[in-house]
Each structure stands twice: as structure tokens, then as C-alpha cells.
Design a binder for this molecule. Sequence first.
Ligand code: NAI
Ligand code: MG
Length: 347
Amino acid sequence: SSLKIGMLPADGIGREVLPAARAAILALGSSVPKPEFIDLMAGFEYFTRSGTALPDETVDALKNECDCALFGAVSSPSKKVIGYSSPIVALRKKLDLYANIRPVKSVSVDPAVNPVVDLVVIRENTECLYVKQETQVVTENGKEARATRLITERASRRIGDMAFRTALTRPRKHVTIIHKSNVLSITDGLFRETVRSVPGLPEVNGRYGDITIAEQLVDSAVYRLFREPEIYDVMVAPNLYGDIISDAAAALVGSLGLVPSVNAGDSFVMGEPVHGSAPDIAGQNIANPLAAMRSAALMLRHLGYGEGADRIENAVDVVIREGKVLTPDLGGKSKTSEVVDEVVKRI
Ligand code: NAI
Ligand code: MG
């Protein structure tokens, strides 16, 4: 049988890095079932041509034909465009991909340049401020805008469960809950309480069996992430904090172009580099393809193809450690395509 992979490059450098993920999977040969790539439409550029950023055919194909998917990046305008909404935010909801799992790990040989980081951000993917319920009214004092922030027990419980299950697979087995319940005591309070109650075990001195648990307010969590990143193992957070923390953690390992993710639900998984469409470098063949290649590996690991995932990840690590063939974001002079060739050779 084959492995049917929906491919959604979308916009900007998404189109340059998704072929890299494809090349990595193809290089695996018989480590995985024969891959079959299904090209699917989505994105802002597609919206400007067709009036929709996420056609029903794409969602139907993902639900009915694909075993998994890879997403590149989408260019979402900062100003409201009538009729447009981000396809990645919609996909996470439509496919109920409730967890965004973002491992951030340094492989630099020089800890003086990049600190030792080995953590995974488990970001809730379906609610918080990303429910996008915004309103604006004009008052006598000028415009007034509001956004609704949704936190549910159900979503907090399943993301907490994902965090504890992830911790059990890692050597340190340490979970930090990120919140701001000193200010947002009802919403973040619910997140914090629910995640804490997930193991269903009595907590003894900050421990549930093998797992240790801590919590940190989001602002000081970012501070400590920069001062002492080694204290973190699994960080579990509501949607917006998780988004911000993972970009911050990416800075510690040298580039956003290194950090992969998967969007995971109970029945589907979609790999996606953490970075966006990077319009400042798009079309120049200099985007770092490693985050996309690592996202392909994470997706495969999630599907149970750990050996294939290891082969891609090890090849990427070797190329970074050697430091000879790297894109400009990592101080190198190589093109995207040269880095892809180098990784494929190592696989
Ligand atoms: P960005 O992640 O696209 O870029 C931030 C900075 O990192 C830029 O200087 C860019 O050149 C650099 N960078 C990112 N990925 C890189 C790579 N693979 N290789 C080398 N350098 C890389 O974030 P930005 O600029 O805030 O957003 C640009 C667009 O992307 C916006 O329209 C935004 O809405 C969208 N976006 C989409 C995401 C997604 O599809 N999931 C996530 C984040 C942003
Ligand atoms: Mg982000």
C-alpha cells in the first residue's frame, strides 16, 4: 500500500520549502510505504485568483483521500481583507488538529553561540484568541474593539493529556504549564486547573509519578527561556502564548528556518514548519528548507515510521553540525536547493 500525503505549499517560501520535504521523504526509499503526493490548493495567492483561501475540494481530499499532509506557509495580510480568513487556522479547526507540537532543539557544536535547548512546545490549536470573534464599535470617545478569548475544559484537558503523554516519551519528563492566571483568572485559571488535573493522580510535591510539573507566567517564561532555556522540557500553553513562545525559542537555536511542527488530532496529522511565508526572502532560493524537512520527519514519526524520521533528522543534524552547506539565515552562503541536495545525500 502507499502513503498518501496531501501537499499544501500555499504562499511565499512555503512553495520553496515544501519540495524539500518531499525530496526528504522520497530519499527514504523502502523505510516508508511508497509515498503518493497529492497537490492541493490553499493560501492567499489562491484567494486572490479564486475568492477562497481554502476550497472545499482541498478539505474533502484531506479528509477522504489523504493519510496525512504537509503545509508550507500562508501570507495573511495584517489588514482585514473582505472574504479572506487564514486557511491554516481554518484547517486546524476543520480537521480538529487540536495540538501543535513544536520541538526546539539546538545542534550547534558551540554552546557559546547557541545555548543548549531541548524542549517541546505543546500549543493548543483550536481556541484562545484564535476563535477570531472580534467586534468594533464607534463610541463618543472613538473606536473600540473587542476580542473574545475562549478556553474550554475539553480542549484544555486534551492538550494537557498530549503534554503529559509527550513528557513520558522524553528523558526528563518535566511539564511546565504556561499561563497568566494572575490577571486572567477565569480563562487562564481554567486552563491551568484543567491541565493540572489531567493525570487524575494526586500530586505529591510537584510530581505525578515519573512526571514533574511546574508552572510559569507567560512573561517570565519568556524571560527564563532566554536566561536558562535548559530548565524547560515540555511547555504546554494556550494558543497565543504557545505561538509566541515557540518563535522566541526558535531564536535561541539560530533561526525560525530550523523549527518544525506537526498539527495533530486523534485521527490526522499535518506537518508544518513554524515559520511563515517570509515575503522578505521569497523567490530567491535562499529560504532554509530544514524546518520543512524536519516537519516531514515529525509527521512520519507521528504515523509510526520512526526509522524514516530518524534518518531525515540525523541527516539534517549532520548538515547543521558540519556547517558547510547552510542558508544565509544560519550564516551560510548556500542556496535552498544546495542544502536540500546535501541532506538528501546524507539520507
Ligand atoms: P516569517 O516567519 O514569515 O518571517 C520572520 C523572519 O524570519 C523573516 O525575516 C524571514 O525572512 C525569516 N525566516 C522565516 N522562515 C525562514 C526560513 N525558512 N529561512 C530563512 N529565513 C526565514 O514571519 P512574518 O514575517 O511575521 O510573517 C510573514 C507572513 O507569514 C505573514 O503574512 C504572516 O501572516 C505569515 N505567517 C504564516 C504562518 C503560517 O503559515 N503558519 C506562521 C507565521 C506567519
Ligand atoms: Mg507563529
